[in-house]
Write a protein that binds this ligand. Structure first.
Ligand code: NDP
Length: 254
């Protein structure tokens, strides 16, 4: 096998959560380009189907399915339908910004933790169980540099806490499952140009913090995160498990 072959995913099945747009959609394209059969899931069935059709129009092997990651029964049902999934990318996530901790509602706290942490765990559990039975498979979780640092000047304790928990969950599962052939890693991106951040583009003060605070002097693009996910999902990363890979333009160096 050549070094370049190690990055290929021919014959593998990959499932991505929150795949209808942003980092998830770019990841579906990256995995499909590498030869995987991709199952693009999202909580909005129509958006998932439209996104999958866009990738099929480019010649990729992609099908769509609805998946609300907070519904553990639905996650288990989908995993039972696709026991052959070799690559799981837990990308679905939300952020709620500018919410001071002392006045945060139960709903804001719970909705973020429910999707970013609980939903991600339900997916790891259901798909991971089947990977363990086959003694093969790999999971890539989308964490965040916010799992390491407290980004300023926003107040989003729930988001930061949920992503730090994702990192430690990644390391815990990696240690438990490594002896049985399943790798678990995470990517920790900086600020990425997606709809999640649409509210920031018209806020020069925030943009000054984000861009000016980044040694590369820019935000990241979804495809740049997808490339890291592709690497972690591939055999090129066969020695890596429990790694949290920063893709942050140097933000956390300062
Ligand atoms: P987007 O908001 O652009 O896309 C997220 C997608 O996930 C949407 O299609 C959304 O659907 C879907 N989704 C949300 N909740 C659920 C759910 N409960 N079940 C299934 N699908 C769901 O986000 P990004 O692409 O920016 O972010 C993707 C991941 O990357 C997230 O985990 C995020 O925390 C992480 N991340 C993002 C960064 C950034 O700067 N953008 C930085 C670091 C990490 P809907 O339209 O219905 O909301």
């Amino acid at each position: 096998m050549t070094y370049l072959d190690r990055f290929r995913l021919d014959g593998r099945t990959a499932l991505v959560t929150g795949g209808a747009r942003g980092i998830g959609l770019a990841t579906c394209e990256a995995l499909a380009e590498a030869g995987a059969r991709v199952i693009l899931t999202d909580r909005d069935a129509e958006a998932a189907e439209a996104a999958a059709q866009g990738l099929r129009d480019k010649g990729h092997d992609v099908r769509a399915d609805r998946l609300e990651v907070t519904d553990s029964a639905a996650v288990e049902a989908l995993a039972a339908r696709y026991p052959e999934v070799d690559v799981l990318v837990n990308n679905a996530g939300i952020a709620r910004s500018n919410v001071p901790a002392e006045t945060m509602s139960d709903d804001v706290w719970s909705s973020v933790v429910d999707i970013n942490l609980n939903g991600l765990f339900w997916c790891c559990r259901s798909f991971g169980k089947r990977m363990l039975e086959r003694q093969a498979g790999t999971i890539v979780n989308v964490g965040s540099m916010s799992g390491y640092i407290v980004n300023r000047p926003q107040e989003q304790a729930q988001y930061n806490a949920s992503k730090a928990a994702v990192h430690q969950l990644t390391r815990s599962l990696a240690a438990e499952w490594a002896p049985r052939g399943v790798r678990v890693n995470a990517v920790a991106p900086t600020y990425i140009e997606t709809e999640m951040n649409a509210y920031v583009y018209d806020d020069p003060e925030l943009m000054r913090h984000w861009v000016g605070g980044t040694p590369q002097n820019r935000m990241g693009r979804p495809d740049e995160v997808a490339a890291v996910i592709l690497f972690l999902a591939s055999d090129a990363a066969s020695l890596m498990t429990g790694s949290i890979v920063l893709a942050d333009g140097g933000y956390t160096c300062w």
